[in-house]
Design a protein around this ligand. Structure first.
Ligand code: SAH
Length: 221
């Protein structure tokens, strides 16, 4: 499917597997599941970046998507997706659509994906791109993502793709019993941890720091 990128693609698959092994003592996930790896291989990352960045689309590093924003390194996309333990049919919320790349990976694995972006130009470009690629299970809005999407809650899984100073309480509220969330927490330019949250059937919330990360900050208002 991604003819010209085949060799880079194969190398990326190997690098993802290697990174997963290397970080297993922190993440508890020594390998990515089959469905997550398939989704990573299936979604054409080169379609989500600017033409100038396309030659690096399958390199294991972050890429600029304009407006001072970046599309995360593929390993981080795979890890955050893995940590959500998605099941087909899960209802998912993503905060920070950006290019729509992570959205597409989620949409390949879950049921409906609700995604919120605060920068209208990025949202519009992502909407066009995802429609062109044929995704039918993605619902987008332009809004302050920290408040979540109360009218559609609860969600089986929530992913935040920009760093929050603290875990946004509205998002924890909107997690279903048994729900999982991943969110980078910390100051911009300071220490940030990728945090995984699990809400048990009785509503108890467990939080675990997974890995040190570097994300752009969640825009305040
Ligand atoms: N996941 C994206 C990249 C994320 S970069 C991808 O795969 O391309 C972080 C994104 O979060 C940016 O697009 C940024 O505009 C958006 N963002 C930042 N603060 C936000 C907020 N408060 N609400 C919604 N989106 C926000």
């Amino acid at each position: 499917m991604i003819g010209g990128f085949k060799a880079a693609h194969k190398r990326l698959a190997e690098e993802l597997a290697e990174d997963a092994r290397r970080t297993a003592s922190w993440t508890g996930r020594g390998e990515f599941s089959g469905p997550v790896m398939r989704a990573m291989m299936e979604v054409p990352r080169h379609q989500f970046v600017t033409a100038g960045e396309a030659p690096f689309a399958y390199a294991n590093r972050p890429l600029s998507i304009g407006h001072g924003q970046t599309i995360s390194q593929p390993f981080i996309v795979a890890l955050m997706t893995e940590l959500l333990d998605l099941e087909p049919g899960d209802k998912v919320l993503e905060v920070g659509t950006g290019s729509g790349y992570q959205t597409a990976v989620l949409a390949a694995l879950a049921g409906d994906v609700y995604t919120i972006e605060i920068i209208p130009e990025l949202a519009d470009a992502a909407r066009r791109r995802l429609a062109h690629l044929g995704y039918r299970n993605i619902i987008m809005k332009i809004a302050q993502g920290r408040e979540g999407w109360p009218g559609e809650a609860p969600f089986d899984a929530i992913m935040v793709t920009a760093a929050a100073p603290v875990v946004p309480p509205a998002l924890v509220d909107q997690l279903a019993p048994g729900g999982r969330m991943v969110v980078p927490v910390g100051e911009h330019g300071g220490h940030q941890d990728l945090v995984r949250i699990f809400k048990s059937a009785d509503g108890r919330v467990e939080e675990k720091n997974v890995l040190a990360v570097a994300f752009v900050p969640l825009v305040e208002d």
